[in-house]
Design a protein around this ligand. Structure first.
Ligand code: NAI
Length: 766
């Protein structure tokens, strides 16, 4: 014990450990089986789950087999219709009960999480558990309001949910609460390193009297996860690495299973010269050092304006040296243990490679056991591994920039797009940068803020779908099924040299790329509707995508500007209605004109929201266009289908590379005259005719296409989903013919699928 004088001189913290007894006592009920159909199964082949801080074995849990997954999925299916049929109020009561029980056991959950994961108790107690509780309350509310707020929508059925080890309980809450509120039942697989709080949660389900089979929990490793993906589930929700996300995208392609992916990130943390630097230093602590950097949205790429870089770096180093690394159960610990030695080895390997590639490493000490002291890498280039790869460790990499324009360029120089943090006292600069960064969540003068009523999720290779708020609920609901017949597979049209029978294609139709009519690259054509139709290929798609990218100004135009262009287009369609009717039908042409007015009306109305979240913040949910979209238009209703799918996409600010009907493409090609006379900027609409399946494949594989809509046969739908796993673009594929003339043709889904939500947290306070 130091004397009082010594203590006052050093101003050191005394130890303040939370007792582990409560959790160790609970653990004596192990070894653990799974939680299936309302009861724990007998343990099977077990593996150890270990406290990474002490290397002590905490418990043994069962490695889930395919059989276990089958049993859990069966129980979930059996329970689902009854659960969905309960009045929303009844489901709400169960969710309230879970929230309350979780609140009652706060300490047990927090301590157990710390033992299993190694994170500091400060995080488990102050962030993870309260947010998990908040999630159950919030979603109890959605259960109550489901019929009012989501009329006509239905739950998917059984949801397979796979979660990672960084926020075990919180990720469970993010997945289970909305699924149950919407009337789904679930089979959840926690991460193999951190299964314990999920098993404790299973006890709450029993205590809350949740009907058997509504929640099922199967423990195990990646093979158990893969078995769940392959099982007879209706939806998969996954949070974890981009690599596994890609495998899941491939495995679910063509199965009809709904999918949401919340994947990795390499988020920029932008510090401008006018920022409160001390606040920004604390931001770095929260963004990347605290919790060992085990956060998918960790702001681990620090971009600092050159003029303040030296001062900021000094401040960071000074703060880093004072961070407390040690016993995760100690209330004054900042950095606990890394979840597993495998993860520690990965962190060290990336740091070593970064240094090899020229970075300078600053790190107070090397750490013992499964601990990694905080680190700062400086002097690195944009291509350095530490600037590009997700590390998931307490490692910040710092680069400088000169102007805000350069900051945005550097920020977007990544394949990810999960989050961004912007530090400046100028609201104008902050919002300007927020609008330009490619990220699902942007924090201004803050970092890592979450709320059940704030949509969270990524762009680009950080995945698709949102968790939280109304958006999150929509991910657990499906629109009414399309009633039409399944579409037939098309045969590939026979290509002829352009000059062959039917005349020179120069004298008939051409492709429409960048606002100009172009011969197809190969110079071939095929016959359809009594004309010679250009046979587009890979190179034409490439040119069209390039032209679409150049038309980026369309996405920045106001809704009013876009509406004006679309109204003008509708008017010009009306003027050419007879020509369009000759290439489709009178009714179709009439309906297409009306549809054009309809989507024009939406251009300035389908807008964002301000969410109620935490005090002194505006949490904006902006609806942004994806950017460049690939569109395989329906084969049926060649004009009305083309208009009904193309126009909502561009009304929302996307630029489109469209492949019209293969058998009856002439109405779409005739529309080129209308686009040309309607003030539509070149490159906003591009039309490539030809072999739809090949063109769909090229669009799916193209890395510069952000989203793909496919209205085609089931084989083509499956193929595009599989091929789109490269850059993980979301694919909306539909293999049944819609009733384009009826309400199915102007469903709100077209708007919803044309945008992605960017959540921007704007703080205020004088
Ligand atoms: P992971 O992606 O392998 O694991 C996440 C979950 O997926 C676990 O429950 C795991 O058992 C399961 N899983 C693994 N393979 C599967 C498969 N083929 N099919 C279905 N489920 C499968 O992540 P891991 O190996 O634990 O961590 C590796 C890296 O991934 C980390 O260093 C980090 O960079 C990143 N990561 C990102 C997370 C995020 O929140 N975005 C969370 C965890 C890790």
């Amino acid at each position: 014990m130091p004397t009082v004088t010594e203590a006052l001189n050093t101003m050191d913290y005394g130890p303040a450990p939370e007792s582990a007894a409560i959790a160790l006592n609970w653990l004596t009920r192990g070894p653990f089986g799974h939680f299936i159909n309302g009861a724990f199964t007998k343990p099977g082949a077990v593996f150890d789950t270990v406290n990474p801080a002490t290397e002590a074995v905490l418990a043994q849990v069962t490695q889930g087999t395919e059989g276990d997954i089958t049993a859990a999925v069966k129980a979930a299916h059996k329970a689902q219709p009854g659960w969905a049929k309960l009045p929303g109020h009844q489901r709400a009561r169960y969710l309230y009960a879970l929230a309350r029980l979780l609140q009652k056991r706060e300490r047990l959950f927090a301590v157990l999480e710390v033992l299993d994961n190694g994170k500091p108790i400060r995080e488990a107690r102050d962030i993870d558990v309260p947010l998990a509780v908040r999630h159950f309350y919030h979603h109890a509310g959605w259960a109550e309001l489901l019929d009012d707020e989501f009329p006509g929508m239905a739950p998917h059925g059984v949801c397979g949910q796979i979660i990672p080890w960084n926020f075990p309980l919180l990720m469970l809450a993010w997945k289970v609460a909305p699924a149950l509120a919407a009337g789904n039942t679930v089979v959840l697989k926690p991460a193999e390193y951190t299964p314990l709080t999920a098993l404790l949660f299973a006890e709450l389900c029993i205590e809350a009297g949740l009907p058997k089979g509504v929640v099922n929990i199967v423990t195990g490793d990646g093979s158990t996860g893969a078995a769940l993906v392959a099982a007879e589930v209706d939806k998969i929700a996954f949070t974890g690495s981009t690599e596994v996300g890609r495998l899941i995208r491939q495995a679910t392609a063509g199965t009809g299973k709904a999918l949401t992916l919340e994947l990795g990130g390499k988020s920029p943390f932008i510090v401008l010269a006018g920022a409160d630097l001390d606040a920004a230093v604390e931001g770095v602590v929260d963004a990347v050092w605290f919790n060992q950097g085990e956060v998918c949205c960790a702001g681990s790429r620090i971009l600092v304006q050159e003029s303040v870089a030296a001062v900021f770096t000094d401040k960071l180093k000074a703060r880093m040296a004072r961070l407390r690394l040690g016993d995760p159960l100690d209330k004054s610990t900042d950095i606990g243990a890394v979840v597993h030695p495998v993860q520690l080895a990965r962190i060290r390997a990336i740091m070593a490679q970064a240094v090899e590639e020229g970075a300078e490493l600053h790190q107070p000490g090397t750490g013992e056991g499964c601990f990694c002291p905080p680190a700062l890498l400086t002097g690195l280039g944009a291509a350095n591994v530490a600037m590009q790869e997700e590390i998931f460790g307490p490692v910040a990499a710092l680069m400088t920039f000169r102007t805000p324009v350069e900051a945005v360029e550097l920020a977007n120089n990544t394949r990810y797009g999960l989050s961004a943090s912007i530090w400046t006292e100028s609201i104008t600069t902050a919002l300007d940068i927020a609008a330009q960064v490619k990220a699902g969540v942007v924090w201004i003068n803050g970092t890592n803020m979450f709320d059940a009523n704030a949509p969270f999720g990524g762009m680009r290779e950080s995945g698709f779908g949102r968790e939280g708020a109304r958006e999150g609920m929509l991910a657990y609901l499906r629109a009414p099924a399309i009633k039409g017949k399944a579409r037939a597979v098309l045969s590939v049209p026979a290509g002829l040299p352009g000059e062959a029978e039917g005349g020179d294609i120069d004298r008939t139709h051409k492709l429409y790329i960048g606002g100009a009519q172009k011969r197809p690259d190969g110079g071939y054509s095929y016959s359809a509707q009594g004309g010679q139709i250009p046979l587009g290929g890979r190179k034409d798609i490439r040119n069209a995508v390039e032209a679409a990218h150049k038309a980026a100004g369309w996405g920045k135009a106001t809704g009013h500007n876009r509406a004006q262009v679309l109204y003008f287009l509708a008017e010009n369609m009306a003027a050419r209605q007879a020509d369009l009717a000759a290439l489709s039908s009178k009714t179709e042409a009439g309906a297409a004109v009306a549809r054009a007015f309809y989507w024009a009306a939406w251009a300035d109305k389908y807008d964002g929201k301000v969410h109620s979240t935490q005090g002194a913040h505006l949490t904006l949910a902006l609806k942004e266009p994806f950017g460049v979209m690939g569109l395989i238009c329906p084969e049926e209703a060649p004009l009305l289908g083309f208009i009904s799918t193309l126009l909502p996409a561009i009304a929302m600010g996307n630029r489109v590379v469209a492949v019209p009907s293969q058998g009856a493409p002439r109405a779409a090609l005739e529309m080129v005259q209308v686009f040309d006379t309607s003030d539509m900027p070149g490159g906003v609409v591009n039309i490539v005719t030809g072999p739809r399946v090949d063109l769909a494949r090229t669009l799916a594989q193209h890395d510069d296409i952000a989203v793909l809509w496919v209205f085609a046969d089931s084989e083509t739908c499956a193929m595009t989903e599989r091929e789109a796993s490269g850059n993980l673009k979301p694919v909306w594929s539909e293999n049944r013919a819609r009733d384009w003339a009826g309400s199915e043709g102007q469903s709100r889904d077209f708007l919803r699928r044309a945008v992605q939500v960017k959540t921007v947290w704007v703080p205020y306070g004088a």
